[in-house]
Structure formats: structure tokens, C-alpha cells
Ligand binder design. Structure first.
Ligand code: IPM
Ligand code: MG
Length: 353
């Protein structure tokens, strides 16, 4: 089959991890007889440098004309002093919004092979962790009205509309139906009106899913529960800001933020796939970055957007096998393992495909 993929390497380690991941995808193409037609486009800092905007319209157009988008990472200290609405991150938010990607799925899975990199005690992680964070991605405080009164004050409004909450809740319940049928809604309903509203919308959707068990946690408690009893979680559904924070936490309990993929989905099959970590400018261009989060993001792309389940499973299995063989980038290194760089990690995974 032929597929069109828009590729946004981005900034910092972005080009390295994306380059390595595309080699893995090339191997899939060869082995399973597909054609992946890549179109590289600019966003973030690279786009600011080349065309003075973090998100050129051409990028949006090409993404929309593709079957899926693969993104590395955006941002870096070089653009720290540009105005807020021109920052690389603003380009990422605008991209999510213009592609309608309201559902961000962030699976936090602890591979057996990485138990030594997990900061939690063995009795807490038991036989492993498998949590799906479903983060609302195009609303809430990230996109609310914002303003500044000179040196005196500044504000960002956290607002959610009913359709926004209903659709993300539905996504979470649909996903839970294919997993362990448990949804934990995370909000701050003891303080925020927007959270009380959010919660009532989630409860409304829950009525259509009698088989799914729903519980609610305040975000502060959820942050704590993730480290003291992470096994209670199956699917976590939450708003944009809380999801941003909790998914970083969930990633660390699986060993390293360098391991976690994500899928940002609209209603159909179209999606954008990106590691949850940032552009790590401190290790850019040193062949040190862990490419696994991006490689498994490619697997998510095959599974969710291109319906290539067998191929997606093959990538996941190859990653697991490579870890079992003891190959580790610096972020997941532990005694007795073999330290490898970005490129070598990619090569080992390709050999295992
Ligand atoms: C993420 C990132 C982004 C976010 C930044 C880079 C704008 O932290 O994808 O989690 O906050 O959504
Ligand atoms: Mg984040």
C-alpha cells in the first residue's frame, strides 16, 4: 500500500530521532511491501529561522493532505526570547489546533527489561505497569483567552465547552472498553468551576458505558497515587494542562521520558505521532538521544492511522527484543548493559525486525 506521511523533524534532537525512526519505517516498507511517501515540512524553531513563523501555512496544508504526521520535537533556548505567540511551542499548539487533534493518547508501559530504570520500588511496580493517559489537547487553559496588564498582572483562562469534554470522555471510554474497562477522571473539582463542569460531562458520557468503572481523583492526589499505587490505573482522562503534567510523571515511572510515544488524534484515522519528550538541546547532535519514543510513535502511527497492525506489532517486538539484548541509550542505562547511541539503537532495532 501507498501512504503519505508528513514529517516534521523539528529542533534539538528532533532531526536525529526522526531520521533514525524513518530508517525503521523504511525497513518496514521493504519487508512488508509498502510505500511511505515522506514530505518534510517545517515547524517550531526551524520554521522561525527559515520563514519567521513557527507554523507556515504550507506545513498545515501538507499535513492535512497526508495520511499521518510524524513529529520529532520543537523548541530550544535559541528562541526563548521571542514573543510568546511566536515561540516554537506556539507553532506546535497551532498545529494541533488546525489539524483538529483533540485527543492525545499517551501510553505509559513499563517494559520488563527496564524495571531497573524505574525509580519505584519493585513491590510497587509488581508485574509491570500499563497506563493510558488520555489528555484533552486543543482546549482548556492552553487555548483560553490570555492577557497581560503591563507589569501588573497576567492571566490565562481555563474554559471547557460541553462538546469538548464529551468528545474526549467518549474517546477515553472507547479506549477503556478495549482495555481493562476502568476510567479515572482527573480534575480539580474541589476548587475549580471548570472542573465541576468537566466532571459532570464525564459522568454523562459514563452512562453510555455501563461496563466501564469510573472513578474521580483530584489532580494533586492523582500525582501522588501515580507513585504510591500506579497499578490502580487503566485509563486516565484529563484536561490539557493536568494531562501535560501527569504524562511526564507517568513516563518517568516507566523508566525514562525517552521511552514514551504519543498519538494526537482527530475523529477519524488521521493523527500526528510524536514522542512526549522535548527537544533536549543539551544533548542535540551528539548521537546520545534515545530514539525509542519516536520509533514506538511510528508503531502507533501504523496502528492508529494506517491500519497496519502486524507491522506495528513487529516494531514493538523489535524494540523489546533490542532491550532484552541489553542495548541501552544513556537515559535508560544500568549496570551490565551495553551503552549505544541514537544511530546504533536504531540499527539494532532494524536488525531485530
Ligand atoms: C507536550 C509538551 C508541549 C505541551 C509543549 C512543548 C508545548 O510539553 O507535548 O507535552 O505542553 O503540550
Ligand atoms: Mg509536556
Amino acid at each position: 500500500m501507498n501512504f503519505k506521511i508528513a514529517v516534521i523533524p523539528g529542533d534539538g534532537i528532533g532531526p536525529e530521532i526522526v531520521g533514525t525512526s524513518l530508517k525503521v519505517l523504511d525497513k518496514i516498507a521493504e519487508k512488508y511491501d509498502h510505500v511511505f511517501d515522506y514530505t518534510e515540512v517545517l515547524a517550531g524553531g526551524a520554521a522561525i529561522d527559515a520563514c519567521d513563523t513557527p507554523l507556515p501555512q504550507e506545513t498545515v496544508d501538507i499535513c492535512l493532505a497526508s495520511d499521518a504526521v510524524l513529529l520529532g520535537a520543537l523548541g530550544g533556548p535559541k528562541w526563548d526570547n521571542v514573543p510568546g505567540d511566536k515561540r516554537p511551542e506556539a507553532g506546535l499548539l497551532a498545529l494541533r489546533k488546525s489539524l483538529g487533534l483533540y485527543a492525545n493518547l499517551r501510553p505509559a508501559i513499563l517494559f520488563d527489561e527496564l524495571k531497573a530504570s524505574c525509580p519505584l520500588k519493585p513491590e510497587i511496580i509488581g508485574n509491570g505497569l500499563d497506563i493510558m493517559v488520555v489528555r484533552e489537547l486543543t482546549g482548556g487553559i492552553y487555548f483560553g483567552e490570555k492577557g497581560r496588564d503591563g507589569e501588573n498582572a497576567a492571566w490565562d483562562i481555563m474554559k471547557y465547552t460541553r462538546p469538548e469534554v464529551l468528545r474526549i470522555a467518549r474517546k477515553a471510554f472507547d479506549i477503556a472498553m478495549k482495555r481493562n474497562k476502568k476510567v479515572t477522571n482527573v480534575d480539580k473539582a474541589n476548587v475549580l468551576e471548570v472542573s465541576r463542569f468537566w466532571r459532570s460531562c464525564v459522568e454523562e458520557v459514563a452512562k453510555d458505558y455501563p461496563e466501564v468503572e469510573l472513578n474521580h481523583l483530584y489532580v494533586d492526589n492523582a500525582a501522588m497515587q501515580l507513585v504510591i499505587n500506579p497499578k490502580q490505573f487503566d485509563v486516565i482522562v484529563t484536561g490539557n494542562l493536568f494531562g501535560d503534567i501527569l504524562s511526564d510523571e507517568a513516563s518517568m515511572i516507566t523508566g525514562s521520558i525517552g521511552m514514551l510515544p504519543s498519538a494526537s488524534m482527530a475523529d477519524g484515522k488521521f493523527g500526528m505521532f510524536e514522542p512526549i519528550h522535548g527537544s533536549a538541546p543539551d544533548i542535540a547532535n551528539q548521537n546520545k538521544a534515545n530514539p525509542i519514543a519516536t520509533i514506538v510513535s511510528v508503531a502507533m502511527m501504523l496502528r492508529y492511522s494506517l491500519d497496519l497492525t502486524k507491522e506495528a506489532n513487529a516494531i514493538d517486538a523489535a524494540v523489546q527484543k533490542t532491550l532484552a539484548q541489553g542495548y541501552r541509550t544513556g537515559d535508560i542505562f544500568s549496570d551490565g548493559m551495553t551503552l549505544v547511541g541514537t544511530i546504533e539503537m536504531g540499527q539494532k532495532i532494524i536488525e531485530n525486525l
